[in-house]
Design a protein around this ligand. Sequence first.
Ligand SMILES: [Zn+2]
Length: 669
Amino acid sequence: MKSHYVNTIYRNRLRILAVILLVCLLGLMLRVVYIKLVSGGYLTELSDELHNRERTLESKRGDIVDRSGVVLATSGSICRVSVVHNQVENEEETARVLAEILGLTYEEVLEKVQKRVALQIIQNQVSTEQAQQIRQANLPGVMIDENYDRYYPFGSLAAQTLGFVGSDNQGVVGLEVAYDAYLQGIDGRILSLTDARGVNLEGQGEQLEKGADGHVLQTTLDVNLQQYAEQLIEKAVTQKNANKGALIAMNPQNGEIYAMALYPSFDLNTPFTIQDETLAQTWDQMDEAAQMDALNQMWRNWCINDTYEPGSTFKIVTASAALEEGLTSLEEGFHCSGNLVVADRRIRCHKSGGHGSLTFLQGVQQSCNPVFMTLALRLGVDRFYEYLDRFEFDEKTGIDVPGEATGLMHDKANVGPVELATMGFGQSLTITPIQLLRTAAAVVNGGTLVTPHFGKSIMDSSAQTVLKELTYDTQPQVISAATSDAMRTALESVVTEGGGSKASINGYSIGGKTATSQKLPRSAHQYISSFLGFSPVEDAQIMVLCLVDEPEGIYYGGTVCAPIVKEFLENALPYLGVKPNYSTEESGETDALDAEEGYTAAPDVLGMSYAQAKKTIEEAGLEVESLGSGEVVSEQFPLAGEEIRKGTKLIIYLEEEKTNEDTRFNEAD
Ligand SMILES: [Zn+2]
């Protein structure tokens, strides 16, 4: 019984306890509901307001400078004007003053001032003078923040290489993308404490959290060489009415690129303005996708992002491989009958009558196709591909800009004798211009594959201290020093005795290789002329590749590009402090020849009939040699204006009907 009594007491006490707990719980719940429903909006608003009073203090993006510190890309100070609606005392007056100073309409400013948002930007790019005027007007609720705008002092200089930034100050193309992480600084913050109505809390000023400015990128580019390269390539493309052109100059010992000039180009300060006149005329009728395509095309660094069929400059690979494998020597004798039959196919030399008997060295000088077909066949598919591997044609060079392409070649399994033979003289495969330059550098520098690059070092934001030297991979002994030595001799003789004579410079030893590649389809008869040159031969300090795409008239690399490379090197060598390796007295012969009487400027006979041209040429004291069977002169050699010895031949090409020979392969050198 007792236990029952005790149980009842406990049960009553528990009930009382439960009721008390329940009441407490209800009270708490009511409080929560109250906070949520009644004062919650207020609190949320307050916290939002506090949050929105945080403004960004933009950091300065780091400069890009050339190898001597000349500024190529910089960030200038500009101001941003914004309005905090709740702090504005007189909307009309504020709008009127801002519109007047900023040159905007009163209505558009008023609309922005009246927007019930925490922070409304009125204008982003405001000059410091305008900002000063606005500060002096002392308008409550108007904020002025300083930020930075990217500026390129040289406009279009090295445009495709440097690249530019978008409105968010992030790199869009080129080095601005590749080094974005270094160039971008860390943004700071401005915090201001306000009450719910957005009025600054008494005694609470603005709080500044400082960020950090971006680092400076020092490049290997040289402003003077870059400017000069751009002038030369623009002149060449314009004169030859070509599609486009490029001139790249690199140190073949370490891969530092001094200049990469592409024409046509664009202005980095207005990158969204199309430069092509035809496109510009119809720009407004184009849809957005077509416009974007055109812009991408204009920004494209095709020396790195696109491949082409290299033609004869690629013969340096076949030659190096054959020498390295001991399959030939500079003295070995060959015979060229004008073509070589490979499997069931007759593949022509560019010299239709044939080179006759010649040594391997002469084969390099004359760029004789049958010599290189023979060497490729001697190497065989496996060994030929081993050298394609060694020179890393199926890999990126590692150059420090985005979007690099790699070479395209047949699957090894599908390569028969015809493919192998044509690859031997630079057809049936495509590579990028920068891959070719890298390969040629290895061929002449003793056999080391370098990484072409633009980035030299990362410096602090004031460009005073080097924070990091940028380093790049190298691959030694792709070919032996002895092979490299033999190749230098062969390539020097191309300039002294072969097709590259127009690149020779008094006092300097120059090595080089010409190329004229026929674009696909071959029936279109469009060419890429190119010339690769370096100096001094013994210890090359600079290597230059010049490409002219679809030149009109004469299209031989030795005629179109060798003189451009010569002109560039004539200035670049002394500029880089490279001393002439022999005195002008030793090479005085050429001077004497130039001074000799009896020279005349070649007349311009393009577009003339055969009879007209013959008359003009003979009146100039020259003889005529005509090629082709058409009616109108489509090409001439030498070009109009070039010095030519009286009594010698001026070759004219008459518009020709195509024969039905195998035109898959290029007959040009
Ligand atoms: Zn030949």
